[in-house]
Design a binder for this molecule. Structure first.
Ligand code: GDP
Length: 457
């Protein structure tokens, strides 16, 4: 989808170059060049400009010294049909540090070439209308994706599915606006205004419902950030031990002293292709010190926002009634009971009926497979359907919430507000939606979006 504001800023651009394949020694490193001097740079290093979009083997030499640098694959992508929309070249060189450094140095010595800044390739692609902001964000997520589901979601965004959805919303708004403005334009002709407005209303009402639904759907954000699984329970129940056992590495400090885990610790899990964040919270008990009180406050906040609470109980003590009475979850959160220390006592007898309960031993690992399988099922069910292009970032959510606000104002004032005021609310709503794809208000958004890109993207 091409954004409306696709004009390059500032006339003639620098030509930029950077390694796009990551840092460190590797078999192959990809150096990308983009800008008006890209073709000149290829000729200077490779001796000729290869046919467009075909890999050609070339000996690279330093044009200032004539020294051989590497034997490399060279690709030439003339603009505007390139990734950035500019003339582009790619050098696939041997990935040793010295090779990469020498090729970059030779490039930067050419007039008009400089090192690319963070996200500058993608930024240029956006400014030249090669992708929308929502697509650029999808691309960033694709590169950061850790699990299969994150990859699928990011790909849908990078392919422009969210941008298409938002553009369709915006089109509905613009149509509504046109109808209301028809009323303004034909204010002299008695029956036009009422009729035009009436025509616009149903479409706008269902749009508002759709925006509200999209805002209420947190699945996409959950997939991107990982489902939050909070581990809670009394001190010494074995929360840190469970965290370590599940994360299969030492992330939490395990100790016999109650209240050791003072802060919130997190570990990322890949549960059958779904990302989850395991959160170990400070022992919830009366605080004895300032630091611990702060830990408890944060723990409470994390538990309240969690998708699932694993309530850990020391299964070697207390009866079923006591266990049930101890569970103290925040309202609304789904809670599973983990009866720990099954190696010390027959804990199954203590399982209360109501909650979903798992007897485990964090020490021996008994029962952990069943718990992990159940967690994977939980996260998969929660995320089901999240491939649907959803709002996954606060930036996108904020813009859509603002649009819904203005649209809501227009609709609630439908009978009382003037055509001008209704049209103005619709215009503000359309503007807010335009920020999701970058169709409007572009400049101030660019830094926010491209800041998270690294160099070479
Ligand atoms: P937390 O305060 O809830 O985080 O509890 P910890 O994980 O620090 O564990 C408290 C104590 O219980 C430590 O001495 C652990 O070694 C012990 N513990 C934890 N899990 C088990 C278990 O499954 N079996 C046994 N026997 N001891 C455990």
């Amino acid at each position: 989808m091409a954004p409306e504001a696709g004009t390059p800023q500032g006339g003639v651009r620098d030509t930029i170059a950077a390694v796009s394949s990551g840092t460190g020694a590797a078999a192959v490193a990809v150096i990308r060049v983009s800008g008006p001097q890209a073709g000149t740079a290829v000729t200077a290093l490779a001796g000729r400009l290869p046919p467009p979009r075909r890999a050609s083997l070339a000996r690279l030499t330093d044009p200032s010294t004539g020294e051989g640098l590497d034997s490399a694959l060279v690709l030439w992508f003339p603009g505007p049909g390139s990734a950035t929309g500019e003339d582009m070249a790619e050098f696939q060189v041997h990935g040793g540090r010295a090779v990469v450094a020498a090729v970059l140095a030779a490039l930067f010595a050419l007039p008009g070439l400089r090192a690319a800044e963070r996200g500058e390739f993608s930024r240029r692609a956006f400014l030249n209308g090669r992708m929308s902001l929502a697509e650029a964000e999808g691309l960033a997520d694709l590169i950061a994706a850790e699990t299969a589901q994150q990859r699928r979601q990011a790909l849908a965004h990078a392919f422009g599915h969210l941008a298409d959805r938002v553009t369709a919303w915006r089109t509905t708004l613009v149509r509504g606006m046109a109808l209301v403005e028809a009323g303004i334009d034909f204010a002299d002709e008695e029956d036009v205004p009422a009729e035009a407005r009436a025509l616009a209303r149903p479409g706008l009402q269902s749009l508002l419902a759709e925006l509200q639904q999209a805002l209420a759907d947190r699945r996409g954000a959950m997939v991107r950030e990982g489902a939050a699984l909070a581990i809670a329970g009394r001190p010494n129940a074995g929360k840190s031990s469970l965290m370590n056992a599940l994360a299969a590495r030492d992330v939490a400090i395990v100790s016999d002293e109650p209240g050791t885990t003072r802060d919130v610790l997190e570990a990322a899990l890949d549960l059958d292709g779904h990302k989850a964040i395991l959160i170990d919270t400070a022992g919830l008990r009366e605080a004895t010190g300032m630091v611990e009180a702060e830990g408890i406050r944060r723990a409470r906040a994390r538990i309240e926002a969690a998708d699932l609470v694993l309530w850990v109980h020391d299964g070697s003590i207390g009866g079923a009634g006591e266990v049930a009475a101890e569970i103290d979850p925040p309202p609304g959160a789904e809670v599973w009971l983990v009866l720990n220390k099954s190696d010390l006592a027959e804990v199954a007898a203590r399982l209360p009926g109501a909650a979903r309960a798992f007897p485990v031993s964090a020490r021996t690992g008994e029962g952990l497979d069943a718990l992990t399988t159940a967690l994977a099922g939980f996260v998969a069910a929660r995320a089901a359907g999240a491939e649907h292009p959803a709002l996954i970032r606060e930036r996108q959510r904020g813009a859509v919430a603002e649009a819904a606000g203005h649209l809501g104002q227009a609709l609630s004032g439908w009978e009382t507000l003037s055509d001008e005021l209704i049209a103005e609310e619709l215009r503000l709503a359309a503007r807010a939606l335009g920020r999701v794809t970058g169709a409007i208000d572009v400049e101030d958004l660019l830094d926010v979006v491209f800041r998270e890109f690294c160099i070479g993207k």
